[in-house]
Write a protein that binds this ligand. Structure first.
Ligand SMILES: Cc1cc2nc3c(=O)[nH]c(=O)nc-3n(C[C@H](O)[C@H](O)[C@H](O)COP(=O)(O)OP(=O)(O)OC[C@H]3O[C@@H](n4cnc5c(N)ncnc54)[C@H](O)[C@@H]3O)c2cc1C
Ligand SMILES: *[C@@H]1O[C@H](CO)[C@@H](O)[C@H](O)[C@H]1NC(C)=O
Ligand SMILES: *[C@@H]1O[C@H](CO)[C@@H](O)[C@H](O)[C@H]1NC(C)=O
Ligand SMILES: *[C@@H]1O[C@H](CO)[C@@H](O)[C@H](O)[C@H]1NC(C)=O
Ligand SMILES: *[C@@H]1O[C@H](CO)[C@@H](O)[C@H](O)[C@H]1NC(C)=O
Length: 449
């Protein structure tokens, strides 16, 4: 029977997006471009750039070195769009990225090798620099006369042993980048923001989402709710073990003008396995982060899909809620020990400041872009797993494709709620070990100084 246009080609008339990070803002823009008659309301706890959002920081790496060809291709395409974007490119610094491993057979060294091989296939040879020894790596940062500490002084096996630099990789000022995306959203009459109050819960009636209830008690109705709340998402929908929030340590050191000049040619330098990630000086600071086993913050909440039951989740505890927190002592010790080998002059310098950055982590480091498995009218767009920022120009279209049901089969499977099989996190590897309970290990400015 011939009928009117199939309803699945129509987009919801009213959409609420929870979260104004890279997932939320990119999705708002994609909906506004592709479905201009849809009214979009973006709700966030704070006005973007949200100070404790994962998407907001001094710097984020933009790289297309991945052991997985799907992310490598997507990242390459996305980086080109960032470079061609007249506003984003102002905050983009092509300083290269050096990937290091210790060379001892392990899943990290294997991942490093896979990534290197794939990068060689995709890169122009003149963009790659081999750093086959400790010395060549150390000299790439500190100059050609510099010498790494010898083993005896170091007093342990060296870890920063084998590396390559991809000169095409870059970092971006992540806060400025989010400001660009926020300003861009404000140009669209179909996008509205509701910032400063959080969503208390999604209003679910007989298995269908009807909108959201804000913490101030007000009700916002919609035909579709998109959960793009990053590490906070687990409070809004039951994500089980598919996505769990983990906090990672980030520290900043003040550096002198002289050091800034000395490290001018330095690339982002990362130990691929642990993810100790050292950024070149930017605005008088060197930032160091560690993709450690991290910390969790366990709380008990009403189960989103049935509020007469409860469940335990990990939930971000950040500089917005706990402004005097500083990173745990064991994290500080590990960062300093690692720096002693690769950036000796920073190893015992006091931190200028520290923070715990909360990530919506997934076991395979694959995003979660899919419908809610049991409630109608909810789409999930999260699971950034410490590597989603660089995809900001393409994420929104992928989310809209997923809502329309025409994501490629390969990506649909990769980002599905029910993923089977694989458990490798090679796209953004993290050290082995379970996260510690933050309240047991956190220090505060009062207790520390
Ligand atoms: C230390 C660290 C290093 C990283 N390094 C890189 C890198 O080098 N390159 C890269 O590409 N990626 C990197 N990432 C990952 C990248 O930053 C994240 O994957 C990405 O920013 C996640 O974006 P998001 O939109 O999911 O989350 P967010 O940016 O956190 O956005 C979620 C938003 O939801 C809001 N929200 C939450 N709950 C509610 C509620 N109930 N009501 C209203 N609003 C709510 C929050 O306020 C927040 O603004 C890194 C992440 C971290 C933490
Ligand atoms: C660096 O990477 C190696 C594996 O390649 C890992 O075993 C080691 O712990 C890391 N080094 C440090 C000091 O973090
Ligand atoms: C990577 O390439 C090297 C040299 O071409 C080869 O010997 C090695 O087997 C490859 N490794 C992987 C993991 O593909
Ligand atoms: C919600 O949970 C309560 C308590 O466990 C249970 O009695 C009820 O049947 C549940 N409701 C639905 C719709 O599953
Ligand atoms: C999905 O369909 C939309 C048009 O409805 C199109 O713009 C988009 O490119 C399609 N995506 C894929 C992966 O085919």
């Amino acid at each position: 029977m011939a009928s009117a246009a199939p309803s699945e080609s129509k987009f919801a008339a009213n959409v609420i997006i929870i979260g104004a990070g890279v997932f939320g803002l990119s999705t708002a823009l994609a909906i506004a471009n592709r479905h201009p008659s849809t009214s979009v309301t973006v709700v966030d706890r704070c006005t973007p750039p949200v100070p404790d959002g994962s998407s907001v920081d001094t710097t984020r790496c933009i790289r297309w070195d991945y052991p997985d060809p799907i992310y490598a291709q997507l990242a390459k395409q996305s980086q080109l769009l960032i470079e061609q974007d007249p506003e984003l490119s102002k905050h983009f610094f092509k300083r290269g990225m050096t990937f290091v491993c210790n060379g001892v057979p392990s899943r990290f060294t294997q991942g490093w090798q896979d990534q290197y091989n794939l990068t060689k296939d995709l890169a122009q040879p003149e963009h790659l620099v081999d750093l086959p020894t400790r010395e060549t790596l150390f000299q790439r940062i500190h100059g050609k006369d510099a010498k790494p500490l010898n083993r005896i002084v170091l007093g342990r096996e060296p870890q920063w042993n084998v590396a390559y630099t991809n000169k095409e990789d870059a970092f971006i000022d992540a806060e400025a980048g989010i400001q660009v995306y926020y300003d861009r959203c404000l140009q669209y009459p179909s996008i509205r923001f509701r910032c400063g109050t959080e969503v208390d819960h999604i209003n679910i009636d007989k298995g269908i989402a009807k909108g959201v209830v804000l913490a101030d008690g007000s009700n916002l109705q919609s035909d579709m709710v998109i959960v793009a709340a990053g590490a906070w998402s687990s409070r809004l929908v039951s994500l089980g073990s598919r996505v769990y929030p983990i906090g990672h340590e980030v520290v900043w050191f003040k550096v002198t003008r002289e050091e800034e000049m000395r490290w001018k040619a330095m690339s982002i330098t990362t130990n691929d396995s642990t993810g100790l990630n050292i950024f070149p000086p930017y605005r008088g600071e060197v930032k160091v982060l560690r993709r450690s086993p991290g910390v969790k913050n366990s709380i008990t909440i009403p189960k989103p899909e049935n509020r007469s039951e409860t469940m335990e989740i990990s939930y971000p505890r950040t500089l917005v809620t706990n402004p005097t927190d500083i990173i745990p002592a064991n994290a500080e010790a590990a960062i300093r020990e690692d720096l002693r080998e690769i950036m000796p002059s920073l190893a015992s310098r006091p931190f200028d400041r520290t923070k715990i950055c909360w990530i919506s982590t997934t076991p395979t480091a694959d995003f979660l872009i899919a419908p809610h498995p049991s409630v109608g009218g909810i789409h999930l767009a999260t699971g950034g797993s410490a590597h989603a920022w660089k995809f900001v120009p393409v994420l929104g279209d992928l989310v809209v494709d997923s809502i329309m049901g025409n994501l490629s089969k390969e990506l649909e499977d990769k980002w599905a709620f029910d993923k089977s099989g694989q458990s490798s996190d090679q796209a953004a590897p993290r050290m082995d070990g379970a996260p510690e309970e933050l309240r047991d290990v956190v220090r505060t400015i009062q207790s520390h100084f």
